[in-house]
Design a protein around this ligand. Sequence first.
Ligand SMILES: *Cc1c(COP(=O)(O)O)cnc(C)c1O
Length: 360
Amino acid sequence: MRVDNFGAGPCTLPLPILEEAQAEFLDFEGSGMSILELSHRSSFYERMHEEALSLAREGSGAPEDFEVLVIAGGATMQFAMIPANLLADPASRGAYLRTGTWGRLALADAGRWGDAYCAWDGEPHGYRRMPELSEIRIESGARYLHVTSNETIGGIRMLEMPALGVPLVVDVSSDFLARPIQWELCDLVYGGVQKNLAPAGMALVFMRRSLLDNLVGTLPRFFDYRWYAAKGSTGNTPPVFPIYMMGKMLKLLRSLGGVTGLEQRTAHKAGIIYDVIDQSDGYYRSPVDPRHRSHTNVVFRLPTPEAESQFLKESNAAGLVGLKGHRSVGGCRASLYAGLQLESAARLASFMSDFRETNS
Ligand SMILES: *Cc1c(COP(=O)(O)O)cnc(C)c1O
């Protein structure tokens, strides 16, 4: 039996695409073998690869002057690739928003490659909100501003991308397609695919061509964005299975109304959970600034640690799994990514109401 999976990543994937993959697993499109065994130089593979990348462009609305790249290694690999490519000129600096765990780790990795500084620090506020535009410090030499559109662990999201006249690099790992991307403000948009789209092991990267054309320096090919762009992300053997599943997921999302449909469904799922929290007379508590509440990761607390562990135990037994908050912050967290059905969120909301009635 399948459970309602609120895990923060890897994420739940819709049953229809899992079944489709299962049905064609032993014989992919008459090739006589599975997608995992096919040569990445075969026409079977090439068609699938091209389609997945063009669905990513279409689904995200990325303009023509962005390259769409798929790169093994997830978002953490991008934390290294971004400064390696963009800070090759020693006079350039990376500006980073430390808005939570992921912004903090991105900054720490950039500092290992080059000159990176913290343009706003949310740590003194307990990572409960995103910065106001006026709080972000752009210093001279800043080549880009790195932003985490949604902090997965703290459960906060940036409302508007900061337009400060410096190219934006945006980590959209945990809210890709949960709302439209402000492409006109962005130069590089990336995310690990395991939060919204596919199995783990890969990042989807959108990069403005003018940024690519201006890269300097020499890197091993695997680290160099120019190599991926020149080779259609097939310079070496690509992460076949995540690309294949991503294509299926994007096709399904297109049939459900694309990013507009997904934005509405995500807001709806988040709304019913936040409503239960807000109408619980303080039994459930959201620790974050209401303006910046995430729509994809709803973080909440109960009155005591004992109540929290009881809640997690009973919800798990009821088939609502993956609700434990990140080990660094504790509490509870419901991740409401693209693959999670509306019915799953509704079942969680009613479980939360019942649990409060019984236990308060
Ligand atoms: C999960 C996550 C990451 C790390 O992703 P990996 O693919 O596991 O490296 C980075 N940034 C954000 C916002 C995330 O949610």
